[in-house]
Design a protein around this ligand. Structure first.
Ligand SMILES: Cc1cc2nc3c(=O)[nH]c(=O)nc-3n(C[C@H](O)[C@H](O)[C@H](O)COP(=O)(O)O)c2cc1C
Ligand code: SF4
Length: 490
């Protein structure tokens, strides 16, 4: 199999169709139009104006320095503040130390022990450890990871795949970026362990185009891992990993669209069933996990399921990475245990806002809701966030100050949603731009029409993109009823 496919190589009909925003587009010097940069646009209006040039670049993973720019200035060297606020550094130990980009550095820091332990374990025992740890998917949906591994392990077929979802599309999140850029062997080790547990022989990392430094680091790390016998002919089942670099599309983070993208097909969402654990990549059983999810696995194998499950609270066990945007006094990358309150995140981790008053907190990306200051006592947990019309999502934390109105936030979210729709469902493809225009004040703001569009999105969208946009709209209705009533006439 080819070991690296990048943006300069054709990806079949998808490239030809112009589906991607960034195919053939140079990123150098481009300003970021991600949501965190939108929240910080008053800090550099000219840069933001540049960011709104088409094609827009939605999130360079520099939300701690927004409004950000790619590649050519000093910000490339500007690392975020990194801090662990958990009893154990499950994920950020090496990032905190400044990185372990070579295998020698990784081994010296204690890496590789989990792989050794996994070799001595029965595959079923590995799956059981992951299940008992309580680990849930960090890509957004929070699905129990062990259950997914069990399904792939039990699936028939001679070829199975492990796919690391490294698309990190949620504007506002940069945690996967630093896990890959600073600690690439942790991801590789986790994927080899997943391969042993499920019987997979082929691995793929689907990386977003906007992270060129990650591509360079991963390529070098994969080559080293092959030389060391972790991958390739000398590895288990001949398991090897190819790196596939995208061409700019938020929707490609959705796992079925991503599989189509890897296959070089038009990356639209697939109908389910069949579930991809049975028929995924090339019609074969496939495990898709987020980078952060996978990176927790070596720690679980080394320290035991119970040690991991002892961290966190409620049905949300372990640690979570949070990416705090530049509106905080202390933006950066944090590892926390579930159970921390939103108020602690804002005041203690972030040190409060640099300017203005908090309008709302977006945790977990544009498909999550907006949480008002009155709900800051909510504790971080999947069910707890859902109860206040929010989400853990991927852990991007964007503070919006009161220089950004509610209508402006909503117009930006729906504009982004419309831009990134794959076009398969009418309410998502045609309704989302209408919502964006309403909030931008470019179309009549009628409450009935607004609610009907949200209901159609919620009820008929094929994937969580459209449904998530509806949930965002619902969160405004639930959390900001007076402002919404003032905006929309009945
Ligand atoms: C529109 C959309 C975008 C998504 N983007 C990402 C992404 O960038 N990274 C990611 O890991 N999951 C993303 N997801 C979730 C994936 O579909 C999938 O649930 C996840 O990769 C599974 O891994 P996990 O169980 O480890 O979370 C997205 C979902 C949707 C609907
Ligand atoms: S909801 Fe939107 S993104 Fe998802 S399948 Fe439908 S059109 Fe595509």
């Amino acid at each position: 199999m080819p070991m690296k496919r990048n943006a300069t190589m054709p990806a079949g009909e998808a490239l030809a169709s112009g589906f991607y925003h960034l195919a053939g587009v140079s990123l150098a010097g481009r300003s970021c139009a991600g949501l965190a940069c939108f929240a910080a646009r008053a800090d550099a209006p000219a840069r933001w104006a540049d960011a709104t040039r088409e094609p827009r670049v939605h999130c360079l993973g520099k939300c701690y320095a927004g409004p950000a720019v790619a590649g050519v200035d000093a910000e490339d060297d500007l690392r975020p503040h990194v801090e662990v606020r958990a009893r154990h550094a499950v994920l950020l130990g090496n990032v905190l130390r400044g990185g372990a980009r070579t295998l020698a550095e990784y081994l010296a820091a204690g890496g590789g022990r989990a792989l050794e332990a996994a070799h001595a374990l029965d595959p079923a025992a590995i799956v059981a450890m992951v299940r008992d740890s309580g680990l849930r998917g960090r890509g957004g949906a929070g699905f129990p990871t062990g259950e997914k591994w069990l399904l792939v392990a039990a699936a028939g077929g001679s070829v199975k795949h492990i796919v690391a979802n490294a698309d990190e599309g949620d504007p506002g999140a940069f945690s996967d970026r630093f896990l890959m850029e600073d600690d690439p062997f942790r991801l590789i080790e986790a994927m080899v362990i997943a391969a042993r547990a499920t019987g997979a022989s082929r691995g793929h990392i689907y990386l977003r185009r906007e992270y060129p430094a990650c591509a360079r680091v991963l390529e070098a790390a994969l080559a080293e891992a092959r030389q060391a016998g972790w991958l390739g002919a000398a590895g288990l089942n001949g398991f090897d990993i190819e790196l596939v670099v995208g061409h700019g599309s938020y929707l490609c983070g959705e796992e079925t669209a991503m599989l189509n993208a890897i296959e070089g097909r038009l990356p639209q969402v697939r109908l389910r069933p069949p579930q991809i654990t049975e028929r995924g990549l090339y019609g074969q059983p496939t495990l898709v996990n987020n980078v952060e999810t996978l990176c927790a696995v070596p720690w679980i194998i080394e320290h035991g399921a119970a040690a991991y499950a002892a961290l966190g609270f409620s049905k949300s066990r372990g640690t979570k990475l949070l990416s705090l945007n530049s509106l905080f006094c202390r933006p950066g990358l944090y590892e926390v245990e579930f159970g921390i309150s939103l108020r602690e995140i804002v005041d203690e981790l972030g040190g409060g806002l640099r300017r203005g008053r908090l309008q709302g907190l977006m945790v977990g990306g544009p498909l999550a809701g907006l949480v008002p200051p009155s709900r800051l006592d909510t504790r971080l947990g999947y069910e707890e966030m859902h109860a206040v019309h929010g989400a853990v999502g991927h852990g991007g934390v964007i503070a919006f100050a009161d220089d950004t109105s509610l209508a402006a936030i909503a117009a930006e979210i729906f504009r982004f949603g419309a831009d990134e729709s794959c076009g398969k469902c009418v309410p998502c493809h045609r309704g989302t731009p209408q919502l964006a225009r309403m909030y931008a004040g470019k179309a009549a703001r009628e409450a009935g029409r607004h609610d009907a569009l949200l209901r159609a999105l919620a009820d008929t969208s094929l994937c969580a993109h459209g449904r998530g946009l509806a949930e965002f709209g619902d969160s405004l209705k639930a959390n900001y009823p007076d402002q919404l009533a003032a905006l929309f006439r009945s």
